[in-house]
Write a protein that binds this ligand. Structure first.
Ligand code: B12
Ligand code: SF4
Length: 452
């Protein structure tokens, strides 16, 4: 069978993302002719090269990877479904009769809604699909026999799901088919664009996170030697000098992270990289920091979401403010660059907790100077409410969203935070005014006459 694997649009205003999920699938498609096409490589005019590829390759099946939910450009698209819908309808128009199978994180999080809103999708695989997709290809006329599959009931067209499969044994998977993807445009796009995955799953329980629904709480690790074999192949055969570990969290467990670093050092691989790191001080020991640096990790990417203890507790984080201070201390000590990203409107936010973030920002800047590369405050971007999260439960319980909301356009909005911010500003302005007044009284008004 000829199978064309297509990466649908990712966030249109952001960096390219190497289609590692499709490369994993391709590695498990024995006996099929496979190609990978990324629509994002041609954002100005994707449909000319896409049409040419469809005409030339004449696939029997198009597997479309839907990664991100938010891809629409305001003013250009009506909603987030439009770009993906256009791409899938383009396939169906160009090659009527071709089967379109969807997959990817956005598909897995919003499967039913996607099947309903995008009728050109014939069927889809939920979650990790290295085994379900090849199995489905042998049973395209009987998808109901394959666990992990969404399909349309031939009787009435209703959307059905065959049920979840057990989580797969990640360490026994083949390496992704890197030979099917030209790494060059991704390398040119950003230093995080090419990914390598050393584990799947996360043991932590942040209330807003959907990764644990997608990949489970059990951390499934690959043998560090096998991980570094893959990195070596990327460096030596594909000219990769920079990469990102696309694990949920790289430094849990610490020993696995250290073993990967040691292996990179032993093989003298010249590659600069980054990853998501947990902030708890026990997960950032000096030993790890030393190996990270030696192995080419140039940036500690942290996504703590907050710094204030009360808020960290609300978000069910495994670390506290003391640990945040420790991240600054350890980065300074080892000369590592860091970046942090925060939410500014989490459940329970008030002006004191907002002020704590700004206080931390000042502290980090003073301590780290240029080593503090980026400090993202998602102020205008409240926390997305992903399906199957405790945040979703919270939002439903509090009446913020109706019980049956499909969560496609749902964001946690905490009006209290704005009120508190205004109260905070007022309190600060009042305090400043008081200081000024007292200064005037004390100096006999010299201050204002001098400044006037
Ligand atoms: C690493 C990562 C990043 C890295 C990527 C680095 C890199 N070089 O790859 C960086 C930091 C750049 C990043 C950025 C962003 N990310 Co991100 N990221 C991830 C993360 C943690 C892992 C993705 C990954 O590589 N997985 C490994 C591969 C092997 O898995 P996979 O792609 O899912 O593929 C498997 C299955 O999905 C399925 N599958 C995939 N395609 C297909 C196709 C078919 C036909 C079939 C049958 C099956 C199938 O089979 C594959 C093999 O098992 C995920 C979390 C997660 N649970 O996946 C979030 C995630 C993908 N990111 C997310 C978001 C929101 C973003 C940002 C918008 C964040 C931001 N505001 O900056 C940006 C967008 C970037 C962009 N340009 O679009 C969301 C997307 C949710 C959504 N539906 O919208 C996720 C799911 C996290 C979450 N739960 O919120 N991200
Ligand atoms: S640490 Fe990251 S992946 Fe793990 S539960 Fe929290 S947000 Fe999700």
């Amino acid at each position: 069978m000829r199978v064309l694997l297509v990466q649908a649009f990712t966030a249109l205003d952001m960096e390219l993302v190497y289609p590692i999920g499709l490369a994993y699938l391709a590695a498990h498609l024995d006996g099929h002719e496979v190609e990978i096409f990324d629509l994002n490589l041609y954002r100005d005019d994707p449909y000319t090269p896409f049409g040419e590829t469809l005409d030339r390759f004449q696939p029997d099946v198009v597997g479309i990877s839907l990664r991100n939910m938010k891809v629409a450009m305001p003013g250009v698209h009506t909603d987030d479904f439009q770009p993906q819908q256009e791409a899938i309808e383009f396939v169906k128009k160009r090659l009527p009769g071709v089967k379109v199978v969807a997959g990817g994180t956005a598909f897995s999080l919003y499967s039913e809604a996607m099947m309903k809103r995008l009728p050109a999708i014939d069927m889809g695989c939920w979650g990790e699909s290295e085994f379900s997709f090849p199995e489905l290809l042998t049973k395209l006329d009987r998808p109901w026999e394959v666990p992990g599959v969404y399909y349309r009931d031939p009787a009435d067209g209703s959307v059905k799901f065959t049920g979840h499969r057990p989580k797969l044994d990640f360490k026994s998977l083949r390496h992704p088919r890197r030979d099917l993807v030209d790494a060059a445009p991704y390398l040119a796009s950003s230093f995080v664009s090419v990914g390598v995955q050393s584990k799947r799953g996360c043991a932590l329980r942040c209330i807003h996170c959907s990764d644990t629904f997608l990949l489970g709480h059990q951390v499934r690790m690959r043998d560090p030697k096998d991980v570094v074999d893959e990195i070596q192949e990327l460096v030596e055969d594909h000219g990769v000098q920079q990469m990102f570990f696309c694990d949920q969290i790289f430094n849990i467990p610490v020993s696995h992270a250290i073993d990967i670093c040691k292996e990179i050092v032993d093989r003298r691989l010249e590659v600069a990289w980054s990853a998501w790191f947990n902030e708890h001080r026990n997960t950032l020991p000096d030993e790890l920091m030393i190996w990270l640096k030696r192995a080419g990790c140039g940036l500690l990417s942290f996504s703590p979401d907050h710094v204030d203890d009360r808020m960290l507790k609300n978000l069910d984080k495994n670390f506290r403010y003391e640990d945040m201070l420790y991240t600054v201390e350890v980065a300074k000590k080892h000369g590592m660059d860091v970046e942090y990203s925060f939410f500014l409107n989490s459940p329970g936010e008030d002006w004191r907790s907002l002020a704590a973030i700004f206080k931390f920002l000042i502290h980090a800047r003073l301590q780290l100077g240029g080593q503090l590369r980026m400090f993202t405050l998602l102020m205008m971007n409240p926390i997305r409410i992903y399906p199957h999260t405790r945040l979703a439960e919270l939002a439903r319980e509090s009446g913020m969203i109706p019980e049956d909301h499909d969560l496609i356009e749902a964001a946690y909005w905490n009006p209290g935070a704005i009120q508190h911010a205004v109260t905070g500003w007022k309190a600060t302005a009042r305090a400043l005014y008081d200081v000024r007044r007292r200064w005037k009284e004390f100096t006999g008004n010299t201050y204002s006459s001098v400044t006037r």
